[in-house]
Design a protein around this ligand. Structure first.
Ligand SMILES: [Fe+2]
Length: 167
């Protein structure tokens, strides 16, 4: 049981690394296009820095298990993240679409980290728990920020459109 759980955990860690590579790509694309929304931009940049540390933490977890990464899968998912942002960039309401996409992405990440923490328990790999817990806390904080800011971003968007229409 423990050996199976450890191999499921290793697979989960590799998947999470690919997921965070995709997150990094999504956030990088958005960060450069948010000059009209400085508060959102600051938060995206803050989470971008956290995402870089989350990737490092996952590498440390894999290392602790004696596992290596899957660069091919990472690259494929990062490209997908890039495409997702690109298609939103073509929309007039890019800021709204990105906000919804980020909110859903954060919840995907939260579920992934919760699953990894459960696997640590089953596989009795306690040494990596604090690393994963820290990342989970960051994802939950980001999800909360997005939830708390959907209304404000929507109002800002309408105000800016009204201003443009009046100009
Ligand atoms: Fe995240």
């Amino acid at each position: 049981m423990s050996e199976t759980a450890t191999s499921v955990l290793a697979m989960g860690l590799r998947n999470a690394h690919a997921m965070e590579s995709q997150a990094l790509e999504l956030l990088e694309r958005q960060a450069s296009r948010l000059e009209e929304y400085p508060e959102v931009q600051a938060q995206i940049q803050h989470h971008l820095a956290q995402t870089e540390r989350q990737l490092e933490r996952l590498e440390r977890c894999l290392d602790a298990l004696g596992e290596d990464l899957s660069p091919v899968k990472d690259a494929a998912l990062a490209a997908l993240g890039s495409m997702m942002s690109l298609s939103n960039a073509m929309a007039e309401d890019e800021i709204l679409k990105n906000t919804f996409a980020n909110y859903s992405f954060e919840h995907y990440e939260i579920a992934a980290y919760k699953s990894l923490l459960t696997l640590c328990e089953i596989a009795t790999q306690r040494s990596i728990v604090p690393l994963l817990q820290q990342s989970l806390d960051e994802e939950e904080a980001m999800a909360k920020w997005l939830k708390d800011n959907v209304s404000r971003v929507t109002k800002d968007y309408v105000t800016k459109r009204e201003r443009k229409a009046a100009a």
